[in-house]
Design a protein around this ligand. Structure first.
Ligand SMILES: Cc1cc2nc3c(=O)[nH]c(=O)nc-3n(C[C@H](O)[C@H](O)[C@H](O)COP(=O)(O)OP(=O)(O)OC[C@H]3O[C@@H](n4cnc5c(N)ncnc54)[C@H](O)[C@@H]3O)c2cc1C
Length: 479
């Protein structure tokens, strides 16, 4: 039986503050070693410090060999530890930085942003991900609200972001265009950026502010009464709190809950089309049940792909459809690089049943199913969940608070999207939508706001009612 130990990493007693200081000393030592090109795990640590009251965060007294010192690596056998009131020099063959307040598996937007916020608040954070630098399979559409969340660390305009000027929507053989005003474009209402660049910038910001990035592909997770042990093939860390930000196929999720069934996933697959760009996004609903084809322009290529619910479409059929779409719409679109990855696209009942936190663990972003099941926007929700995780970890019951915050700000919105989804992808409604877009400036405004993440599903019906597009409203009200 695992003891409940849900204290947050920020509200500990004075002894813990001493520990935090000594940890910081330890980290500086390791950083020095890193600067000299020495690996953490092989570094022979030399600590020179003054021993005062040797009581640890768990209240135990450190005396004699085997003292539990989180600053030195939990469970390290340390001869001579606990000699009170003496200045002592310690040389040990262990990793000073192997215990953390929080270990985060996965350095995508969710993991890196949580690491940034936690390190900024003074927590000792490990960010575990061996994949960087890498391009994640993604459209790379980042909404203005997502850029705003990270503006204190990453300036959108400093990145090679394509600021989208127009969006075209096609259904039933017709197309309609929506444009973003130049005022909106100045603030990047909707940008497209490669994930190597965007995720790399977030990871760099987290490392700059003090999070410790380890290039670990986590293969095993164990827990004891008071801590987690997170292991890769040749390395491991321990931590008080474990955060799973390891995406749609999350190992942490599989360890603390259960993986997403196929019915709760979308297949998303397509091609990066090299040496072609644009400043228009294209969305085409024709021929893809419960999904669409997209073309998102990056600085030096297009990300073109198609998504659909995994239990209704297959990856090969989507890929063939995408290829045919490129053939029809992209001039000189010959240099293709394939990508494919699942997207959580939860149904209403699954969203209601989700529990993204428990005893000293939290799931963020895709690992918690936080993707709009219609648009498949996930980056904003990943970042927002990171904000909530970091804020909740400062409270008295972090897991309870985190679940509540997600319910209030994300799950309720995703539930509305899931309710709308069944109707939204009906060919009749999509045809009406394109017709209404061509006819009504109001509908175009609403669509622009929806795509840019400024229009919530909560207020969508009321706003559409105001457009007097009765056909569209009739279809929507049949929900
Ligand atoms: C084809 C496609 C197109 C998409 N287009 C868009 C879009 O245009 N806009 C948008 O907002 N959303 C889009 N999404 C969704 C978006 O990509 C995700 O919602 C978002 O990346 C979630 O961020 P995350 O940090 O939760 O997870 P991820 O970005 O998936 O990051 C998870 C990280 O965890 C690491 N990891 C996994 N397992 C381990 C392990 N065992 N040990 C260590 N590290 C591990 C991975 O290497 C990765 O770096 C798209 C998704 C797909 C598949």
């Amino acid at each position: 039986m695992v003891a409940r130990h849900n204290r947050n990493p920020f509200t500990r007693n004075a002894n813990t503050v001493k520990l935090a200081r000594s940890r910081r000393r330890g980290r500086r030592t390791v950083e020095d070693a890193q600067n000299q090109g020495v690996r953490h795990s092989t570094y022979l640590t030399r600590l020179l410090r003054s021993s005062g009251d040797r009581r640890w965060a768990d209240g135990s007294r450190g005396s004699g060999s085997g003292a539990r010192d989180p600053a030195l690596g939990i469970g390290a056998r340390v001869p001579g530890l606990g000699i009170r009131g003496l200045d002592w020099k310690l040389e040990l063959d262990t990793d000073v930085s192997s215990h953390f307040d929080v270990a985060i598996v996965g350095a995508g937007p969710a993991g890196s942003w949580a690491a940034y916020r936690l390190a900024e608040a003074g927590a000792r954070v490990a960010l575990l991900d061996a994949s960087h630098p890498r391009e994640k399979p993604c459209g790379g559409g980042v909404t203005g609200r997502a850029f705003q969340l990270v503006a204190s660390a990453v300036e959108a305009l400093d990145l090679p972001v394509v600021s989208v000027r127009t969006a075209s929507f096609a259904a039933a053989g017709r197309a309609a265009g929506v444009s973003f005003s130049s005022e909106e474009r100045a603030a990047v209402t909707l940008g497209v950026v490669g994930r190597q660049v965007f995720d790399g910038a977030l990871l760099a910001a987290a490392a700059r502010i003090g999070a410790v990035h380890r290039a670990m592909r986590v293969t095993a997770i164990e827990r004891t009464a008071s801590m987690w042990t997170v292991s890769a093939v040749s390395e491991r860390v321990t931590c008080d709190w474990l955060i799973g930000a390891d995406g749609a196929t999350s190992l942490v999720r599989r360890r603390v809950a259960s993986p997403f069934p196929r019915s709760e996933l979308s297949v998303a697959t397509g091609y990066f089309v090299r040496d072609v760009s644009s400043n228009e996004i294209a969305i085409d609903f024709d021929g893809v049940p419960t999904g669409y084809v997209w073309s998102f322009p990056r600085a030096d290529h297009l990300a073109v792909g198609a998504c659909g619910q995994a239990d209704t479409v297959s990856a090969p059929s989507l890929l063939a459809h995408t290829r045919a779409w490129i053939g029809r719409h992209v001039k000189d679109g010959g240099n293709l690089q394939r990508y494919s990855w699942p997207i959580p696209s939860l149904t209403e009942s699954a969203l209601r049943a989700e529990c993204p936190a428990g005893d000293r663990w939290m799931l963020l972003g895709d690992a918690a199913g936080l993707v709009d099941p219609i648009t498949r926007e996930g980056i904003y929700f990943a970042l927002l969940s990171a904000e909530h995780a970091a804020a909740s970890l400062r409270g008295h019951s972090p897991d309870v608070e985190y679940v509540q915050r997600l319910r209030d700000t994300i799950y309720d919105e995703l539930i509305r999207a899931a309710q709308l989804k069944a109707r939204f992808f009906r060919p009749e409604l999509l045809a009406l939508l394109v017709r209404a877009l061509n006819r009504s400036a109001h509908v175009r405004e609403i669509m622009a706001d929806l795509v840019a993440g400024r229009q919530t599903y909560a207020g969508l019906r009321r706003r559409l009612l105001g457009t007097l597009e009765w056909g569209l409203m009739f279809e929507l009200l049949r929900l």
